[in-house]
Design a protein around this ligand. Structure first.
Ligand code: HEM
Length: 199
């Protein structure tokens, strides 16, 4: 075990300037993906349709993972753990972690919808009832994020002024809407993934 740790530490320290900063790390991942495009897909790259079809599908799934990943973080980690946190430590989550997580949550949702729309209108998508059902579910979820979850979270977290009663109501509505999106994410994802494979 000590050997594995030492080998991993030696290897990772060599690229630590990329790993210490998240943006550098994602750029490194992007560089490796680009190398794969150049190695395997150069012919498709120049045949037209690659950018708005495969490449935007890749961006779409990447932003979708970020959005739904954060939705699962809220529902499986943050919301259930909040009541167990001692009151004096709660601001660590509500003032620092939650606003940052909500920032990525909202904008990855916008990126998912925009890239999904680009793929839809690119003419490369397998448009069928399964995909349309997935898109409708996805758009309902996006609406919930933009018009219900975020405005109510702003009140609950004290980013927008509200009295205590309003804060409690807003926190509950944001939680229930987030839970509804958690429910919808399962059939939405099933439709997205199987639309091309099953039809
Ligand atoms: C919210 C609105 C959304 C729209 C308008 C949309 C649109 C689309 C379109 C047009 C496709 C292409 C289907 C094809 O090429 O045949 C697709 C595929 C896909 N989407 Fe979405 N989508 C949305 C939400 C999401 C979300 C939230 C996720 C979560 C990860 C997601 C994950 C996927 C996956 C995994 C595929 C399959 C890619 C493939 O196998 O080719 N989508 N979506």
């Amino acid at each position: 075990m000590a050997d594995i740790n030492e080998t991993a530490s030696n290897l990772l320290e060599k690229i630590s300037k990329y790993l210490e900063k998240p943006y550098n790390a994602i750029a490194l991942g992007g560089g490796i993906a680009l190398a794969i495009v150049l190695l395997y897909h150069t012919r498709s790259l120049f045949s037209g349709g690659f950018i708005f079809g495969p490449f935007f599908t890749f961006l779409h799934v990447g932003s979708g993972i970020t959005w739904i990943g954060l939705l699962y973080y809220f529902n499986l980690v943050q919301i259930p753990t909040m009541p167990k946190i001692p009151p004096e430590q709660k601001p660590g989550v509500s003032k620092y972690i939650a606003p940052e997580a909500l920032f990525w949550f909202r904008w990855s949702m916008v990126a998912t919808v925009v890239t999904g729309a680009v793929v839809f209108f690119s003419g490369t998508a397998a448009v069928n009832f399964t995909l349309i059902t997935g898109i409708i579910l996805g758009l309902i979820m996006a609406f919930n994020v933009w018009f219900i979850i975020w405005p109510n979270q702003q009140k609950a977290l004290g980013l927008v002024s509200a009295d205590d009663d309003e804060k409690t109501k807003s926190a509950r509505l944001a939680m229930l809407t987030s839970r509804a999106n958690f429910v919808l994410s399962v059939p939405m994802l099933y439709c997205m993934v199987t639309a091309r494979l099953v039809g």
